[in-house]
Design a protein around this ligand. Structure first.
Ligand SMILES: Cc1cc2nc3c(=O)[nH]c(=O)nc-3n(C[C@H](O)[C@H](O)[C@H](O)COP(=O)(O)O)c2cc1C
Length: 194
């Protein structure tokens, strides 16, 4: 696992949406009453610039979901390829079936000061969201909206409001879910000159 926590820098609120512009697979996490859970989610998307808002599709069957509904908060992190195996465990096993899923996954958990949301070490970026309750969306479409309270990214891959994967070690790449256990890592840069 690559260590990223020591390299985290706060991301400016008006640039935080860019963390999700690259379509990386995330890990949604939440805690309620001391019970925590983490699950990967590919269906996460920016919704608004400032305040930065996100949408996340979280199925009714997932243990993580009521933790979000009850606590009113959730986290999203963007795992690097170095913790893809731990992420797949979190996404293959439900805490409904395995109470010690998080411990068994091998994920190393940490928290940001002032927040009790669990995050996995080894991610390129971390975001904390306050749930914007929209019961209709949640019930009908499993669609959750969050407003960003804070965002951090590893300065070796995200600096001055921009991703800089081309300057970083490949082990710091985000992962981009395809199907099964198949992912892409970050591709080649391409700048359009107008
Ligand atoms: C790579 C990957 C992406 C996933 N994306 C989503 C998603 O966007 N939305 C969702 O509801 N479930 C998604 N899942 C499924 C959940 O992560 C999985 O069912 C998880 O085990 C639920 O855990 P829980 O019941 O402990 O909350 C994904 C799984 C994987 C492996």
């Amino acid at each position: 696992m690559v260590q990223t926590v020591d390299f985290l820098k706060e991301v400016q609120p008006d640039k935080s949406y860019r963390l999700l512009n690259i379509g990386a697979t995330g890990i949604v996490s939440a805690v309620h009453d001391g019970v925590e859970d983490l699950m990967p989610a590919a269906w996460i998307c920016p919704l608004d610039l400032l305040p930065f808002k996100v949408t996340a599709v979280i199925d009714k069957s997932h243990f993580t979901r009521p933790l979000i509904e009850k606590s009113g908060f959730f986290g999203i992190s963007l795992p690097t390829v170095s913790v893809a195996k731990e992420m797949m465990y979190l996404g293959t096993i439900s805490k409904n079936d395995e109470k010690d899923k998080v411990e068994k996954s091998g994920a190393e958990i940490f928290r940001f000061p002032g927040y009790d949301i669990p995050f996995m070490r080894g991610c390129a970026a971390y975001m904390i969201f306050k749930l914007v309750p929209e019961e209709h969306n949640q019930k009908t479409y499993d669609l959750f909206i969050g407003e960003c309270l804070g965002a951090w990214a590893d300065e070796r891959v995200f600096r001055d409001g921009h991703w800089i994967f081309e300057q970083a070690d490949p082990s710091l790449s985000t992962v981009h879910y395809v199907a099964g256990s198949h992912f892409y890592t970050m591709g080649r840069p391409h700048d359009v000159l107008l």
